[in-house]
Design a protein around this ligand. Structure first.
Ligand code: GLV
Length: 337
């Protein structure tokens, strides 16, 4: 008798022509509609699965995998994976993967656009115009902060941070970054970027962009004390994770006019947005869409499928998924991050 095919759970509807490739190897259980799964529903989805394709909304830790004895792989469609408790998964020998690289340029484009929109007050100006306030061209109307010739500070100089830095060259910006460790000289040269200590970054940046992965260790890394170090009139852009910023402290700084503006694509309590931020005129708010171009979202699904197929031991990369974030307990160090 033929071996039963491994079972895979797909937690959200994705692109059928891409994730449909899973049918070649697996028995696939799909979720027909976009669903905000409760933890019990995730546990039920995983219960008889060998693998799962999940998105950033699906939070998976020890409790969700406790009743899933066959589970061997979770492929996250996203580069950030703070929705996964990778230590709990590794302890169970479950491989977790993410989707780096394919979204780098799209996300960097968006980060740059959000920074510019905040600095040049683009959405505020549009709201004002649509509100019928424009009575004629005015010399002093809606003055913003320049991008060209200013100092860009990048906190977290991974692939996306480097993409933002490369864009800044075209605007004649001076680029400073802070990372735990210094980048190779050739990369620094390519990005025309200089590493500085974190306090110097806060103090020198006219426009600070957050692009670092979230972890418990950097929760509220931008708090009232950090904001107080920033230049009066600076801007803050966050395309990483909401938990990096103390949103009440940011609202204080924006309302007091200490910061000129902020551009936020991510929020601590997503999809809820801190009502104080909603009340600030000088903040551009977008619903976590930095990687949201059709071709990039399709590429993310494709890479996640490749990861899952390989992690479950099939396809050309069998046993060697392209982007592992946590290996089975006791095996080699993570690759791909
Ligand atoms: C989006 O936020 C991602 O991590 O892919």
């Amino acid at each position: 008798m033929a071996e039963p095919r491994p079972r895979v759970w797909v937690s959200q509807p994705l692109y059928g022509d891409i994730e449909g490739r899973l049918d070649e190897w697996f028995e696939v259980r799909r979720t027909p509609e976009v669903t905000d799964h409760a933890p019990e529903a995730i546990a039920a989805g995983l219960a008889d699965a060998d693998g799962a394709l999940v998105t950033l909304n699906d939070r998976i830790g020890a409790a969700e995998v406790a009743g899933a004895p066959r589970l061997r792989a979770i492929a996250n469609v996203g580069v950030g994976y703070n929705n996964l408790d990778v230590e709990a998964l590794a302890a169970r020998g479950i491989v977790a993967t993410n989707t780096p690289d394919v979204l780098t340029e799209t996300t960097a484009d968006f980060g740059f656009a959000l920074m510019m929109a905040a600095a040049r007050r683009i959405t505020e100006a549009e709201r004002w115009l649509r509100g019928g306030h424009w009575q004629g061209w005015g010399f002093h109307q809606l003055l913003g902060a320049d991008i060209h010739g200013s100092t860009l500070g990048i906190l977290g100089m991974g692939r996306i941070g480097q993409g933002v830095a490369r864009r800044a060259r075209g605007f004649g910006m001076r680029v400073l970054y802070h990372n735990r460790s210094r980048l190779p000289e050739a990369v620094e040269r390519d990005c025309a970027a200089t590493r500085v200590e974190r306090d110097v970054l806060f103090a020198e940046a006219d426009h600070l962009v957050l692009v670092l992965p979230y972890s418990a260790a950097n929760h509220h890394i931008v708090d009232a004390a950090a904001l107080a170090k920033m230049k009066p009139g600076a801007t803050l852009t966050n395309i990483a994770r909401g938990g990096l910023v103390d949103e009440d402290a940011l609202a204080d700084a924006l309302q007091a006019g200490r910061l000129a503006a902020a551009g936020l694509d991510v929020f601590e309590g997503e999809p809820a947005v801190n009502p104080r931020l909603l009340g600030c005129r000088n903040v551009v708010l977008t619903p976590h869409i930095a990687s949201a171009s059709l071709s990039t979202r399709r590429a993310m699904v494709s890479l996640a499928v490749d990861n899952l197929v390989a992690a479950l031991g099939f396809g050309p990369d069998a046993g060697r998924p392209p982007s592992v974030v946590t290996p089975p307990a006791g095996s080699a160090a993570p690759r791909g991050q």
